[in-house]
Design a protein around this ligand. Structure first.
Ligand code: SF4
Length: 236
């Protein structure tokens, strides 16, 4: 297995990239340029607000190691916290409640028995990578997505976090999870050699792209992109 700590995983280029740079590149290289280089951020949409709320509720419920019998009570507390943190703007009280209760139920279906850590930052100069992992359940990385289906870039993201953890801590991690909040579904992803090889090749590609400033042509993802307006005004 090509582990994160092995010699073959090391970066040949002295340029640190974020794991999210790689996922942005996979979505659209031009978006990596807009977000990673120019620092442009998309305006919040209804969907992104619902996603942030669900994400917040999921991580809070993970820290609390929520169980089914506590969903009703904790959903009230977590919804209140989310309102105070201004994570619910534009959503009705009913929508907030529905999202929080659904998210907490899903969390309770996958109980955490061991240690838990949220938003764990990891960095490796040797791998030329850094990033923040949504959730750690003991030594297992978990990516949390407000989606119904996992995409290839989600698998690559999880794989890069796995490699980072292996390099930084010397652990052997064979699988991780992608938790799909919209579908209330947990996917167990075997982090195999194919994914590891692909992820490292993509890291190299993104390092090279950022260093050289040679962003390849845009991909056909514009319909689902939150930077359509900014992109059109800069490139058309
Ligand atoms: S609008 Fe289209 S080309 Fe522009 S960044 Fe988004 S996906 Fe890429």
């Amino acid at each position: 297995m090509l582990r994160g700590y092995s010699r073959l995983a090391a970066s040949g280029i002295n340029r640190m990239v974020r794991v999210t740079d790689v996922t942005l590149y996979l979505f659209c290289p031009r978006k990596l340029y807009l977000v990673g280089f120019l620092g442009i951020r998309g305006r919040p949409t209804r969907e992104s607000i619902m996603g942030k709320l669900a994400h917040y509720a999921y991580l809070r419920a993970s820290i609390l190691k929520i169980t089914e019998d506590r969903v009703e009570e904790e959903s009230v507390n977590i919804a209140r916290e989310a309102v105070e943190k201004k994570l619910t703007e534009g959503l009705s009280d009913t929508e907030v409640k529905e999202i929080v209760v659904k998210t907490l139920r899903f969390r309770a279906e996958n109980p955490i028995t061991g240690g838990v850590e949220v938003e764990k930052y990891v960095e490796s100069v040797r791998l030329g990578l850094n990033g923040q992992i949504d959730l750690m359940e003991e030594h297992t990385p978990v990516e949390v997505k407000y989606k119904s289906r996992a995409e290839y870039r989600d698998l690559i993201q999880l794989t890069l976090y796995t490699l980072l953890l292996e390099d930084v801590y010397g652990w052997d991690i064979d699988y991780g999870y992608i938790d799909l909040l919209k579908a209330s579904r947990r996917l167990r992803i075997e982090v195999n050699n194919r994914l590891r090889g692909d992820a490292l090749k993509l890291r190299d590609k993104v390092q090279e792209t950022i260093l050289m400033g040679t962003y390849p042509p845009a991909r056909d993802k514009c319909r689902g992109c939150d930077l359509k307006i900014e992109c059109r005004s800069l490139f058309h």
